[in-house]
Design a protein around this ligand. Sequence first.
Ligand code: NAD
Length: 477
Amino acid sequence: MMNYKNLINGRFVPATGNGTMKVMNPSDGQPICMVPDSTAADVETAVEAATVAQKEWARRPAIQRAKVLHAIADKVRGQVEQLARVITEEQGKTLGLARVEVIFTADYIDYMAEWARRVEGEIIPSDRPGETILFFRQPIGVVGGILPWNFPFFLIARKMAPALVTGNTIVIKPSRETPHNAAKFSELIAGTDLPPGVVNFVHGRGSVVGDALASNSHVGLISLTGSVETGIRIMTTAAKNVTKVNLELGGKAPGIVMGDADMKLAVTAVKASRVINSGQVCNCCERVYVQDKVAEEFTDKLTAAMKASKVGDPNLDETVDYGPMINEGACRRIDEMVHNAEKEGATVVTGGKRAPSKGGFYYEPTVITDCKQTSEIIQKEIFGPVIPIVKFHDLDEAIGMANDSEYGLTSSIYTKDLNVALRACHELKFGETYINRENFEAMQGFHAGVRKSGIGGADGKHGLYEFTQSHIVYIQS
Ligand code: NAD
């Protein structure tokens, strides 16, 4: 079995003490490869290397940094099939979606590289004669990038590309569930002109490697994509050094289906939202509010669509709609949430149990009605192929229930009435709202949550600026 190493200062090195961790295939529970079980000392070494490398990297004109990024994007595009298979094997998404993830990653790196000539400062009018006031956007220094497992390859780019083009260096900690694709990416960048220390990968546990990154006083920005619980831990740890945090956390996206909605579109989009990546996507519809007059029609059609989903091993069958959950714990947690909802009076219309498998972690496509607004299934992130439905009578009630959540990442509404859509735009308290379309953000948008869904955001100009800090200079002549 392949035993991968960390990438620190341009060299592939084992963890201090040679600890390793097994990477498992969630489709059949079989081991895939080994990665380092790194220590806090490995993080220290990586941050030191990144600190040294950053000085020279930041001195390069941005367009030269962009050239390296474009070369990485080209290399990614040259290996779409191999990388997609690695992602599917360790994460369980369909091969089709894994290919999209790899291509999107290359496009994202190019997109961020193209900002090289566009990150501009400002000249601010002064109140004093002979004075010039200059506002610079400068690199922060060393970024700590902490990744989740659900889009593990793309998330490398989402942290690395904006960090590098703006003159930072980075230490990346992949999820322990999905480090194989990151190990492949390390090999891929090792064959480019990237100077040693500019990008480092340290594999391991969140409580060790993640914590050591968040508590390192030489790290200028901790950028985490992960759960609310981890976000809170990282904020607490980073607070000791007043380190800036950028947190992309969980979601509990409401989907509002109005009585005048295009029913086919609403059913297709909500279903797609719950089966993509086995329902393990932060921005996808986690709860549906449907207007009472169309509730029966919507529920029947959605149930039929969900029932028709093909579930199976995505490594063996390219036609499956979705594959396994990430691990046994995720499968068990989803099952518990469904049964708790049933105990509170909800009705499981279809699904509601684990799907049979030899060693894998599959869950049936599930629709639940008669859910209470206060129940766990409506209030907590499910992260699985389960749709709870709640009926409402008018828009005020729907918006009230949608906003009644500790999460605030994305939201959606299906309606043909422009006035209703505009009210939703103004009154839904979320970082993102999708109107009459599936939930999937654009790289030039700004993916950001409110409330416990995060601080700051990613993508586009505003996401890029998260990786810069201001420096204002007053020149008296
Ligand atoms: P997680 O919080 O369990 O882990 C995320 C990362 O944090 C992992 O690399 C983990 O090892 C690390 N970590 C864990 N404990 C840590 C600690 N004490 N200190 C530092 N690092 C630590 O999340 P996950 O299960 O990998 O991902 C799923 C979650 O991510 C879901 O809640 C999902 O909604 C969210 N997510 C959000 C977005 C977004 O853009 N908002 C995108 C994808 C996933």
